[in-house]
Ligand binder design. Sequence first.
Ligand code: HPA
Length: 246
Amino acid sequence: MTQNAIIGGTGLTRLSYLRVTRREVVKTPYGEPSGPVVHGTIAGAEVAFLPRHGPGHAIPPHLVNYRANIWALRHVGVQNVIAVNAVGGIRPELAPGDLVFPDQIIDYTWSRGHTFFEHELARVVHIDFTHPYSRVLREVLCRAARDSELPAHEAGTYGATQGPRLETAAEIDRLERDGCDIVGMTGMPEAALARELSLNYAACAVVTNAAAGRGAEVITMTEIEANLKIGTRRVRILLEKAVPLL
Ligand code: HPA
């Protein structure tokens, strides 16, 4: 049984370096996951892969069925999840193409299926979420990045916005005042749902652009895609080191 999983974000709908062994369609009480769970190996280590936005990258961040995805991974026996997310950099030292392993999150999303604990409960459940990411998994990512000499930032606060539009400059000012270092649309409720099912979860954020009002006058998809290319090459190097360490 595969204990380790990768959730692929924008730019990571297919892992060319994943040696696929089988695809598993999982039915969940929460509806359809983004696609079949793809089982395979990376650098000889077993891993399951699920592209968050679907195999064709057609599911926008606010419509991803985060509950079904996390439930499906748990159902196939996964214990450890590394999530890959494209983000905007709020602090100037976060250059496009850099990797960030956040240690905190602030959730600005709304109206997403965000908990498994709402119906037919014997009693109300409140999970502890003080430290939203697994310390052990983050350490694995940090070690892999150091060993590979990748440009990576070992901590940061991820501001999760609703999307699919990018933010206004004033919204980014507010996020910065709140203490956010990076901004993305997919960090939540995924991290909290993983905690609800007792999965170890860590994120590898790829900076694709300076956040709104922090760089170019307008943020273009061309810019995001070009930086994503650089970032996903680094994610490959990272995962080939990190997955065998899990
Ligand atoms: N904001 C939100 N999500 C993102 C960004 C951004 O600037 N870049 C990539 N994903």
